[in-house]
Design a protein around this ligand. Structure first.
Ligand SMILES: Nc1ncnc2c1ncn2[C@@H]1O[C@H](COP(=O)(O)OP(=O)(O)OP(=O)(O)O)[C@@H](O)[C@H]1O
Length: 305
């Protein structure tokens, strides 16, 4: 479990993280979302003791990171995949990390196999593609078999196969009961990967909810068509729904598909179409974070307003 408690971090005049609190629970993938500059990396660095907060705390399994002995066994992290010595082989890089945490060579071999780098173990990291570096960073995070994992923008620059692999890896790690925190600025990606979403903007918490809760909140209602539309609209309205005409049909908010079907059947009103319209989490995310975006384009503003 990760706990961020009233965390505040300034860089000079920039307030990067502003009184931020949230928890990341085991057994779930928690997506950490926010526009560029929202404070995601700063928060992750604070959790890992790489940045000292001005106030507040970040705890991993109830302790500040710096108090954890052999931290790779407790928390694994991928922050910046390119921060590996280019002249070292992947194998030597992982071996050196393992040694500092008293982790055996067998773990090195097994993580290299798990991330698909066994065939290039002796190749110099400087010759690795971005995707291979990401895999190496993930291997380092997994090395100590930790119960808590943090990944900062792990799919950046990856091809679709790599993106899918990372997605499945995260889901598998959470499925094992581990705590998984993964940052992204793409809702479309998190929608497919995360169970829970912590959304921040300008260093502050905007949302902390499950994907299901957000989907329900931003549900766009049900589109209904009937040859007796007016009668149906009246019946739905008196049952408490908000009904608005839309393209020859009715847009219904506040009643689900079974309730609409039952009501129409009870009144003997034929239905020609009943289509539940899923929430666009992408659009919801843009609306939620519209005030926190640093550099808005004209097109973006139109969507977010
Ligand atoms: N070392 C630093 N020195 C000065 N300012 C910093 C430093 N690190 C981050 N910042 C500033 O703090 C704010 C938060 O940055 P941070 O990198 O945490 O955001 P982020 O949500 O991870 O963004 P991105 O998605 O672009 O990586 C930004 O305004 C950034 O410019």
């Amino acid at each position: 479990m990760i706990e961020v408690i009233e965390l505040t971090k300034r860089y000079g005049r920039t307030l990067a993280v502003d009184g931020l609190s949230f928890q990341v629970k085991p057994g779930l993938v928690t997506g950490f979302l926010g526009p560029n500059g929202a404070g995601k990396s700063t928060t992750m660095r604070a959790i890992l003791g790489l940045d000292a907060p001005d106030s507040g705390r970040a705890l991993v399994d109830g302790r500040p990171y710096i108090e954890i002995r052999q931290p790779m066994r407790v928390v694994g992290a991928l922050l910046d995949a390119s921060s590996v010595h280019p002249g070292r082989s992947a194998l030597n890089h992982l071996r050196a990390l393992a040694r500092t945490n008293r982790i055996g060579t067998s773990a090195v071999v097994s993580v290299m196999e798990r991330v698909g780098l066994a065939g290039v173990a002796r190749k110099k990291v400087g010759a690795f593609s971005l995707g291979m570096k990401q895999r190496l960073g993930i291997a380092a995070a997994l090395l100590g078999d930790p119960a808590v994992l943090m990944f900062d923008e792990p799919v950046n620059g990856l091809d679709p196969e790599g993106v899918r692999w990372i997605r499945e890896l995260m889901r598998g790690l959470a499925g094992d009961g581990r705590t998984v925190l993964v940052s992204s600025h793409l809702m479309s990606e998190m929608q497919l990967t995360a169970d829970r979403l912590v959304i921040i903007g300008r260093g502050k918490l905007i949302e902390d909810a499950t994907v299901g809760e957000l989907t329900k909140r931003f549900q766009r209602g049900v589109l209904v068509r009937s040859p007796r539309g007016e009668e149906l609209a009246a019946a739905l309205s008196s049952a408490g729904a908000t009904v608005t005409p839309e393209g020859g049909g009715l847009s219904v908010q506040g009643l689900d598909v079974p309730s609409i079907g039952d009501l129409a059947a009870a009144k003997g009103i034929p239905l020609h179409e009943v289509t539940p319209r899923g929430a666009s989490l992408e659009e919801a995310y843009m609306r939620l974070t519209a005030d926190s975006v640093e550099h808005k384009s004209a097109g973006y503003k139109a969507v977010a307003s």
